[in-house]
Design a protein around this ligand. Structure first.
Ligand code: SF4
Length: 417
């Protein structure tokens, strides 16, 4: 058992870097707001694992609707907006980021209004990559039709087993193909040196983010999934900028300090769990408290590891972008996913896995085709499945899940006696 040396109370200690995180995110939104209001710079909308580096290198401010969707979820407002999207023909069974985001837009509301925005920043172009799901294309096309602006995309093959040169070339070619439309909108020519520089910054930010996550290998872990889900903001929206790089240096130093002084993310760490699937944004803080009370640290997750694009290489920016964005977990076959998970279980000394089956995100619910049983067979690591949703609280039974989680941890405790 590892004791937190600073407190024996079962309270979570907030990371000091949270202040720097706030300043970094405030700066991002201030730049976006200024661009949207003054039209001094063009605004591109991009999917969360889309070609952000290309857009930043061509002078755009880049806005990510999925980040906005997560803000709606975390603000516990998604269920207020989803019915409006449903009334406009979007099924309640499809991505609740999409339905809450479109619903909020149709109601002319956004959490950005608290930061002085009048609405979400008007796009000049929308750019997606279907590596994560097909929903993003439909989502972006809604706004493309509304604003009468171009929508361009990269279509990545799904369920990739072996990442062969044909796949990389096919994706890399598509990067090249969308450039003329982006140039037309941005009013500037593609600049290879600027792209290399942005890819280099993205690589550096991703490496730092990976180092942050890997600090959780330490026993006890200085960071948990709930911290990481908040602190991942810069790697999602500022990948390819110095802002993300600078922020993760600060966070990494704090975690190194925590390790040096034996400060853990949860006051008492007895159990180490892996989280598979999306966060439940509307329950992030109550879940963090629940696991802390159960002396349990969620030390690693598929979700937070999804923004580690360390294959990016400024020497070969197109091919390496194609590789990095086709290699990510969500776009891989189940056998590749099983190998990735097995490796992570070992590296992070995991005693149990929780699968969150997210009602409206099939691609981030990996327990639908028997992967959980196969992984149990090879690792012997027990697992729990909980039903819920990333944004729609109506799909989640809190009472039932708490009982299931408490029972699961009790069983782990029984095994370690
Ligand atoms: S991956 Fe899931 S949560 Fe993300 S946009 Fe696609 S359907 Fe929505």
């Amino acid at each position: 058992m590892n004791q937190n040396t600073t407190t024996d109370k079962k309270e979570l200690v907030k990371l000091r870097s949270a202040n720097d995180l706030r300043l970094t995110m405030d700066g991002y939104f201030a730049r976006l707001k200024e661009a949207a209001e003054t039209r001094s710079r063009k605004v591109a909308w991009c999917t969360s694992v889309g070609p952000a580096e290309l857009l930043y290198s061509m002078g755009f401010e880049v806005y990510f609707p999925e980040n906005h969707g997560a803000m709606l979820g975390a603000g516990k407002n998604a269920d207020k907006y989803i019915p409006t999207a449903v009334a406009h023909g979007y099924s309640p069974d499809i991505c609740s980021y999409l339905t809450s985001d479109i619903g909020a837009f149709l109601q002319n509301e956004t959490p950005l209004q608290k930061m002085g925005f009048t609405s979400v920043p008007r796009p000049d172009i929308l750019v997606y990559n279907t590596n994560q799901c097909r929903e993003v294309e439909d989502w972006f096309c809604f706004y493309g039709r509304h604003f009468h602006v171009p929508v361009v995309g990269i279509h990545t093959p799904l369920c990739i087993g072996e990442l062969n040169p044909e796949i990389i070339k096919g994706v890399s070619d598509q990067y090249h193909r969308i450039i003329p439309e982006i140039e037309k909108v941005s009013g500037r020519k593609f600049d290879m040196d600027a792209f290399r520089e942005t890819v280099g910054l993205s690589h550096d930010g991703c490496v730092l983010w990976k180092q942050v996550l890997q600090k959780a290998k330490h026993l006890p872990s200085p960071i948990n999934f709930f911290d990481a889900a908040i602190h991942m903001g810069p790697i999602v929206v500022m990948r390819g900028t110095t802002h993300a790089v600078e922020y993760y240096k600060i966070l990494l130093a704090e975690l190194e300090g925590r390790i040096a002084t034996n400060v853990s993310a949860v006051p008492v760490e007895r159990f180490r769990i892996y989280w598979e699937g999306m966060p439940l944004w509307y329950r992030l803080s109550s879940m963090a408290k629940l696991f802390a009370k159960l002396d349990t640290c969620i030390v690693a997750s598929t979700y937070c590891n999804s923004w580690v694009f360390d294959d990016l290489d400024p020497a070969d920016p197109f091919e390496s972008s194609a590789l990095a964005y086709s290699k990510l977990f969500i776009v891989r076959s189940d056998s590749v996913k099983e190998n990735v998970l097995e490796k992570l279980m070992k590296e992070f000394t995991v005693q149990g896995i929780i699968y969150h089956e997210s009602k409206t995100c099939a691609r981030n619910s990996n327990n639908r085709f028997g992967l959980q049983n196969r992984l149990f067979k090879t690792t012997g690591i027990p697992f729990l499945e909980i039903n819920g949703d990333l944004n729609d609280p109506r799909c989640y039974s809190e009472e039932q899940s708490i009982i299931a989680i408490e029972t699961f941890i009790e069983q782990l405790a029984g095994q370690t006696k």
